[in-house]
Design a protein around this ligand. Structure first.
Ligand code: ARG
Length: 487
């Protein structure tokens, strides 16, 4: 196949002697990464041939023979394909090898340009659906953590400095929310991927009376890309999808980094399955899987950059540069989906040591904001309350320090504003969290509402993704049924 010279020197039914490929044959070939398009191309070929027969562009006998040959090619598998510049050409050659010259009618009214563009979209739909399922599963894993750790108080950080106490549930749902938006972006990319270029031919349409809508329907596409020059030229659906993956990878990198930091502080215990050890230091348990998840964002940005740079400034309509565009998209998708799955597994199996978390939650006068809020609620301007608590922070984080600071700054005791019991309650991390019950806040009551909405969102998206997968399945069945009528 791609491994050097074959006996015919590269000459096939499709690629006659003149363009059999000389020294640059391997360089020209996309066979090394075209196995990903094998199933897509067979589907596209079948749908196209069915449409050609329905339109009486190819007679039923020839269509039947081609469709039978395609089944045989499918059974033999990608590895059995004859030599070819790409999978499209190799499959056509394989059909002609089986059917004879009449097999060449399958390429009537199309070009490899609309063919490859259609195959890429057909396959990318599956890739996006897989990503969507994996992303929703990660959200569900975060919801489960939120459910189990609704009241588990933990330190919250800004600038990686202790900032305010929060809960593990609040932390987990912060990433669920981000992944929900990543899901929206993948769904949007899916919608714009799900359009059929077929029938555009090389770029300038065809004199045959093709039915573009019918081919789109047979392949489960939502609609047709109208302008035939645009249809073969554009890879913007890959840009959009890859950008969505880069965004998803960014979310994952933050999640991974948090877990690496928390593991470092003893605030989370990763399951051994998601950790590794050192080949020399026997005591080590390292968060390697999460470090690799964190690094995936770098690969994704590199892939997006590679894709965009490949596409930049290409003239209309088809240029062979496009052959090197899609591998960026496959690589990014595969890497990010795998990282999503691993991150979800790490989250689902981690344990949260409640006592350590609560102790850490109170460190660094993390309840200071709550005290300032209390003083402001008792009538002091917030800025003045901030000044009092900042002054207290220099001395300590208890009632006496606050009272002394109040006297210094305001010339009166803190009991002018709130009694000792109320002030001391604000210094308790658990009470501090419970008081912050504004919508979307960490108080268990507020988190319960966020969690309910998140679970609803997961269920809705599961239905959506299931519906899209079912549409593809139905189209596959309908095409298979159509094909059997030519047997
Ligand atoms: N393998 C090519 C690609 O991936 C498709 C072939 C179109 N080739 C051409 N020379 N018009 O883009």
């Amino acid at each position: 196949m791609t491994d050097g010279e074959d006996e015919s020197g590269g000459e096939t039914a499709v690629r006659r002697e003149r363009f059999a490929g000389g020294p640059a044959r391997e360089f020209l070939s996309s066979m090394a990464f075209d196995d990903r398009l094998f199933a897509a191309d067979l589907a596209v070929d079948r749908a196209h041939v069915v449409m050609l027969a329905e339109r009486e562009i190819v007679d039923d006998d020839d269509a039947g023979a081609i469709l039978e040959a395609l089944d045989d090619v499918a059974d033999a598998g990608f590895e059995a394909l004859p030599d070819g510049e790409d999978v499209h050409e190799a499959i056509e050659t394989a059909v002609i090898d089986r059917v004879g010259p009449e097999g060449g009618r399958m390429h009537t009214a199309r070009s490899r340009n609309d063919e490859v563009a259609t195959c890429l979209r057909y396959e990318y739909r599956e890739t996006l659906l897989d990503a969507l399922e994996t992303t929703v599963a990660a959200r569900e894993a975060l919801c489960e953590v939120a459910e189990a750790e609704r009241e588990t108080v933990m330190p919250g950080y800004t600038h990686l400095q202790p900032a305010q106490p929060t809960t593990v549930a609040h932390w987990a749902l912060s990433y669920e929310a981000a992944l929900a938006r990543d899901t929206e972006r993948l769904l949007a990319a899916y919608a714009r991927t799900n359009r059929s270029p077929l029938g555009a031919a090389a770029f300038a349409g065809t004199p045959f009376e093709v039915d573009r809508e019918r081919v789109a329907e047979l392949l489960g596409f939502e609609s047709v890309l109208d302008n035939s020059m645009d249809a073969v030229s554009t890879r913007d659906f890959l840009v959009e999808g890859t950008a969505a993956f880069a965004g998803l990878a960014t979310t994952l990198s933050g999640l991974a980094e948090d877990l690496v930091v928390y593991a470092n502080k003893g605030l989370v215990e990763l399951d051994d399955d998601y950790a590794s050890t050192s080949s020399i230091m026997p005591q080590k348990k390292n968060p390697d899987t999460l470090e690799l998840v964190r690094s995936t964002a770098g690969d994704a940005y590199g892939g997006l950059q590679g894709l965009l740079t490949t596409l930049k400034g290409l003239p209309r309509a088809y240029n062979r540069d496009l052959q090197n565009a899609s591998p960026h998209a496959w690589r990014v998708a595969d890497d990010v989906v795998e990282a999503t799955d691993v991150a979800a597994g790490a989250v689902a199996t981690a344990t949260w040591p409640a006592d350590e978390l609560e102790a850490a939650a109170g460190e660094g006068f993390s309840t200071a904001t709550g005290v300032a809020d209390l003083l402001a609620m008792c009538g002091l301007p917030f800025r003045t309350a901030h000044e009092v608590v900042a002054e207290a922070a220099e001395r300590g984080a208890d009632y006496d320090a606050l009272n002394a600071a109040c006297e210094d700054v305001l010339g009166e005791g803190i009991d002018t504003y709130a009694d000792r019991e109320t002030v001391e309650a604000t210094l308790d991390p658990t009470a501090s969290v419970a008081s912050r019950d504004s919508a979307g806040g960490p108080a268990p009551k507020a988190v319960a509402e966020t969690l309910a909405a998140a679970l609803d969102g997961c269920a809705t998206d599961t239905d959506r993704v299931g519906g899209l997968a079912a549409d593809l399945e139905a189209a596959r069945d309908a095409l298979a049924a159509e094909v059997t009528t030519y047997a």
